[in-house]
Design a protein around this ligand. Structure first.
Ligand code: P6P
Length: 335
């Protein structure tokens, strides 16, 4: 018999802190968790059920879609469209807002998500994840338009990610700290295993795709060069480097042992000020990082303060251990 706190129990106890809570949000989160359990099962079975490999199609980002990109997007939609908690959904894998089918009631929340972040790693069996963010609909119970989603990240009601790794974990914030849960497959429940997660303020570990080095702006060039100089350079200590190409895995490592993650503005493609998408990657991860005592910035401004221009807007991202991110932001201020 497990003795831990289940996610269901934790959410209901959290709900007691929310004045006027009707149980609507709790029920919505339960549907999100059902989708995550379904995705975990599909990702875990992989080649056994023929879900590996790519399709002939591209998503709105111009990225070749993996079979699991489409499958997991469908799982998030099917699990969350019917219950009457949402006024609309938006996803990395869909060009426009997903309208709730007319046969279902409309609700008071909006949800944006990346159904399978890091999916290029699926075929090589490296951790991938689901990222989601929940906002209040400006006009509850009315079909949401794109403009309704374009709220600054500080307006998020909840943000979370699932990490499909050696174990399946769910990490969640509703604005009262960050808590991590591990899926116990024997009973099909997420159990609280990482209460009150905090990011260490200092770190010796940085994460960046170094193949883009020639495209970085001067402050990032300077920061990374000093990390590489290590104890022989101005930082006076050696650093370690990681790059998983799966933001969920990088953020989880930072939540667990500290670190700094950078996908900075680069000159590789002038039309793209960054690679990561604001609504369903940068904003939910920034909410989680800040709630765990970290910092998240474009290099020039706090990500959570940005008002999105469109559903798929890309932004530069520099996040993680407070004191280390502040070093990079200092270099940006110096120019
Ligand atoms: P690159 C995955 O596609 C993703 O959106 C993030 O999860 C990850 O951090 C980044 O892109 C990896 O980008 O250019 O290294 O493949």
């Amino acid at each position: 018999m497990h003795t831990g706190t289940t996610l269901t129990q934790f959410i209901i106890e959290e709900q007691r802190h929310i004045a006027g809570a009707t149980g609507d949000f709790t029920a919505l989160l339960n549907d999100v968790v059902t989708a995550i359990k379904t995705i975990s099962n599909a990702v875990n079975k992989g080649a056994l059920i023929g879900v590996m490999g790519a399709l002939e199609t591209e998503n709105v980002q111009g990225e070749t879609q993996k079979k699991l990109d489409v499958i997991t997007n469908e799982m998030m939609i099917r699990s969350n469209e019917w219950a009457g908690h949402l006024a609309g959904m938006a996803s990395e894998e869909m060009d426009a807002v997903y309208p709730i089918p007319t046969k279902y009631p409309l609700g008071k929340y909006l949800m944006v998500f990346d159904p399978l972040d890091g999916s290029s790693n699926v075929d090589i069996n490296i951790s991938v994840g689901t990222i989601f963010s929940i906002l209040r609909a400006p006009v509850p119970n009315r079909a949401a338009a794109e403009a309704d989603f374009l709220q600054p990240g500080v307006k998020q009601v909840c943000a979370g990610y699932a990490l499909y790794g050696s174990s399946t974990m769910l990490v969640l914030t509703t604005g009262h700290g960050v808590n991590g849960f591990t899926l116990d497959r024997d009973i099909g429940e997420f159990i609280l295993t990482h209460p009150a997660m905090k990011i260490p303020a200092d770190t010796k570990e940085f994460a960046i795709n170094a193949s883009n080095q020639r495209f970085w702006e001067a402050p990032v060039q300077r920061y990374v060069a000093e990390c590489l100089e290590g104890s022989t350079g101005p930082r006076g200590r050696d650093f370690n480097m990681r790059w998983v190409a799966s933001m969920v895995a990088e953020v989880h490592r930072i939540l667990t042992r500290g670190g700094i993650f950078m996908y900075p503005r680069d000159t590789k493609d002038a039309s793209k000020p960054g690679k990561l998408r604001l609504l369903y990657e940068a904003n939910p991860m920034s909410f989680i990082v800040e709630q765990a005592g970290g910092v998240s910035s474009t290099g020039y401004e706090r990500i959570l303060d940005m008002t999105p221009e469109n559903l798929h807007q890309r932004v530069p991202v520099i996040l993680g251990s407070k004191n280390e991110v502040e070093v990079v932001l200092g270099y940006h201020r110096e120019g």
